[in-house]
Design a protein around this ligand. Structure first.
Ligand SMILES: [Zn+2]
Length: 234
């Protein structure tokens, strides 16, 4: 044999593992994007909810103001009518109504104050909320630019590595090409394994002296235990 097969298989192993890693990173892209999209959607919802809450509190305040006005008008009328009551029963009934209306008036006043406070607090927070939403959008934009750059880099590496693998595999002696192809088809990138000392680093089985000598002589050797194509570890 004119040239040892070890450096060729070592390089094939490195490139095949590298290609597997590249593909794994590329495959991660859509999942990362989904997480980023969900984070953006959460921010969008929080931003929208902040403004919706202000609208709801303002609406509630308006409703309560209307109810307060109605209650005050009614209260005034009952108080005016009180003196014109013609019986004790009527007088007592009007007093009960006055007490009820007074309590309701107080409830509406409290509710209006609460609504005013909520609107004021949320309105004051608008600049911070807007900034948070703008930041989230900017982050998402930046992530998309970075993801596109990253994908382009990975794909370029993939093209280059595939070309390198093809060129390297062309150096495998033709008589072993079919066997090599069967092994990598069956085991993928882990169809190749280094030998350290006399040990197959895939299955930790020791080679015989003769097998090790053949390997040192540059032969194409497969592990008798796990079937991996072997090369000498550097
Ligand atoms: Zn082995």
């Amino acid at each position: 044999m004119s040239q040892s097969v070890s450096p060729v298989l070592r390089e094939c192993h490195r490139l095949r593992r590298h290609l597997r890693d590249l593909q794994a990173e590329i495959d991660l892209g859509p999942r990362v994007l989904k997480i980023q999209q969900e984070a953006l959607a959460d921010e969008d919802a929080a931003h929208k909810e902040h403004h919706d809450a202000i609208k709801r509190w303002k609406l509630k305040q308006k409703d309560d103001e209307g109810s307060l006005k109605t209650t005050e008008t009614r209260l005034l009328k009952v108080q005016t009518d009180l003196n014109s009551a013609t019986s004790k029963k009527e007088f007592d009934a009007k007093n009960v109504e006055i007490a009820t209306a007074t309590a309701r008036k107080s409830e509406f006043e409290d509710a209006i104050l609460t609504a005013l406070g909520e609107v004021e607090e949320r309105t004051a927070a608008i600049p911070a909320v807007e900034k948070k939403w703008a930041d989230a959008q900017a982050t998402f934009q930046r992530q998309q630019v970075e993801a596109a750059e990253r994908l382009a880099r990975l794909q370029a590496d993939q093209v280059e590595s595939l070309a390198g693998l093809e060129a390297t595999e062309a150096k495998i002696p033709p008589e072993h090409r079919n066997q090599y192809n069967r092994i990598v088809k069956g085991y993928g990138p882990d169809g190749l394994a280094p030998v350290h000392g006399r040990t197959c680093m895939n299955c930790k089985t020791s080679l015989t002296e003769q097998q090790k000598t053949s390997l040192l002589g540059g032969a194409f050797i497969c592990c008798p235990q796990c079937g991996r194509a072997l090369y000498l570890q550097e």
